[in-house]
Design a protein around this ligand. Structure first.
Ligand code: HEM
Length: 479
């Protein structure tokens, strides 16, 4: 944002500044009239003064270097300076006059002329003009001679002021522009080297204004291809659109479609830019997480495989006992049937044992299948206290039998979204496990709290606790 001194001045501003300067130095219409009287007196001296002006310039290489057009340009400049001198005396010192004078300062800046030489040149011109006056009056000074010299000096001071003002203003503007350009260059270099997608889009219609090289690499589109296109449509990211509807600064993950049809996972973040090249816009930054996601997925699969291995060995262990028992009973039945004195009731008992073991095997298989392919949860609003009370009723008998004091602490109205059967099963297993761990009796507490962010159910008992070395295996099936 340019500061006030960097703002370009309008022609009216320039004129106003000149009139203010006139007032400041005390320039009056009388001064103008006195200078006008000089025109005829000084006219014969002007060509010599102009020649001297350019001869002196040619003696200073640092000054002369700005005249790049050789003698032809010097001749043209002499004409311009002569016209300038004539107008100096004639006026009128109006808006157009001031603007023409202002342009001289601008031209000098354009050719890279050091201001110090303009001051020196004007001092030389001033000395020449005053000398010409002395020569013209030949010691015979008019009564107004002092006032005339004073008016001429004031006018030359005003001329220098306006040329320098223009030069300075233009210079500041140029520097400000350069600084802005440098700032933009530094910003570009930074953003173009950034290892993340940096995209700037219009708000609210989301057409692309800027697409950095990293975004090109990830998506396969070139910046030229995408400028002006709608970002969400281009990347086919309905999740991207949904994420951008979130509050600015919120991170969200969204899948995008690249130019070659492939899909990539990107972690997005967006910020509002109140002014990008004069309009509101959105800055959208994306981190390509595809490789990370793939690695996570691979890790998940190998974890599942490892779990399956544990599951299989647990299963083998679980079915070995019933199988052994079945084999043992079958052999006994075989022996019993072979011997005529065998009591049929004994055979019947053995067959029943076999049937029980088959039931057990069936139970294990059911459990295994349930683990491998769990029933989808039937989530509903559960009255937690009611559910805990039904668990308490179920464990009441076993607890009493074992002198385990069971206590339930739950507020009357606690609700949770859950599958009631699954939740009940988990709690029942937990409580029965605790009760079985206290064969000498003890105390079992089931508490329920409802903080603002959910429902928390805690179980504690006075049993020996879970040994440290097997705690991390608690959630392994068949452990
Ligand atoms: C009192 C001091 C000076 C006055 C009053 C003056 C006056 C002028 C004027 C009236 C113009 C024409 C502006 C236009 O095209 O609109 C001009 C341009 C120029 N002046 Fe000066 N000048 C001064 C000092 C100098 C000095 C010291 C140099 C040093 C070489 C210089 C070199 C130039 C050049 C190269 C141009 C550009 C000419 C072109 O466009 O071809 N001036 N000057």
């Amino acid at each position: 944002m340019p500061t006030e001194s960097e703002m370009p001045l309008s022609p009216d501003d320039i004129h106003r500044r000149y009139r203010e300067l006139q007032q400041y130095v005390g320039w009056t219409p009388e001064d103008a009239a006195r200078v006008q009287l000089l025109a005829a007196t000084l006219e014969p001296y002007l060509p010599t003064l102009v020649d001297d002006f350019y001869q002196e310039i040619q003696r200073h290489p640092d000054v002369y270097r700005v005249i790049t057009g050789g003698q032809a340009q010097v001749e043209r400049l002499k004409g311009a300076l002569l016209a300038w001198l004539r107008e100096l005396f004639s006026g009128p010192y109006d808006r157009d006059y001031v603007l023409r004078r202002w342009r001289i300062g601008q031209r000098h800046l354009g050719i890279g002329l050091d201001q110090i030489y303009v001051q020196a040149a004007l001092a030389r011109l001033r000395a020449g003009l005053l000398h010409a006056l002395d020569q013209s009056w030949q010691g015979n000074w008019p009564p107004e001679g002092g006032a005339i010299r004073r008016s001429l000096n004031l006018l030359l001071d005003l001329e220098l002021a306006i040329i320098q003002d223009a030069y300075h203003r233009e210079h500041v503007e140029l520097i400000a522009e350069h600084t802005r350009a440098q700032g933009e260059l530094a910003f570009r270099a930074l953003v173009e080297a950034a290892p993340c997608m940096v995209i700037i889009i219009t708000a609210p219609d989301r057409s692309i204004l800027y697409f950095n090289p990293f975004a090109e690499t990830v998506t396969g589109y070139t910046s030229a291809e995408v400028l002006g296109k709608n970002l969400v449509e281009l990347l086919n990211g309905s999740a991207l659109a949904a994420g951008m509807a979130l509050e600015k600064g919120t991170e969200f993950e969204a899948l995008i479609r690249c130019k070659d049809g492939s899909r990539r996972w990107v972690l997005w973040n967006h910020e509002h830019l109140s002014d990008f090249r004069g309009s509101p816009a959105s800055l959208v930054v994306g981190l390509d997480r595809t490789e990370l996601k793939d690695a996570q997925q691979r890790a998940w699969h190998s974890e599942r495989l490892a779990e399956l291995g544990v599951l299989a060995s647990g299963l083998a262990h679980e079915i070995r006992n019933p199988l052994n028992s079945i084999r043992f009973n079958l052999l006994n039945v075989q022996d019993g049937v072979a011997q005529p004195q065998t009591d049929p009731a004994d055979v019947a008992a053995m067959v029943k044992d076999i049937a029980d073991e088959v039931d057990r095997l069936e139970g294990i298989m059911r459990e295994f299948l349930h683990l491998a392919r769990p029933d989808p949860a039937q989530v509903e609003v559960v009255e937690v206290r009611e559910l805990l009370e039904s668990v308490a009723r179920l464990v009441d008998g076993p607890c009493r039998a074992q002198k385990v004091e069971f206590a339930l602490d739950c507020a009357a109205r606690v609700r949770a979204a859950a599958d009631p059967n699954q939740l009940k099963q988990v709690l029942l297993n937990l409580v029965l496990n605790a009760q079985q761990a206290m064969p000498q009796g003890g105390r079992l507490d089931l508490r329920c709290q409802a903080p603002a962010d959910g429902v928390r159910i805690e179980a504690s008992d006075t049993g020996p606790g879970i040994p440290e070395d097997i705690r991390d295996k608690l959630f392994q099936p068949f452990f």
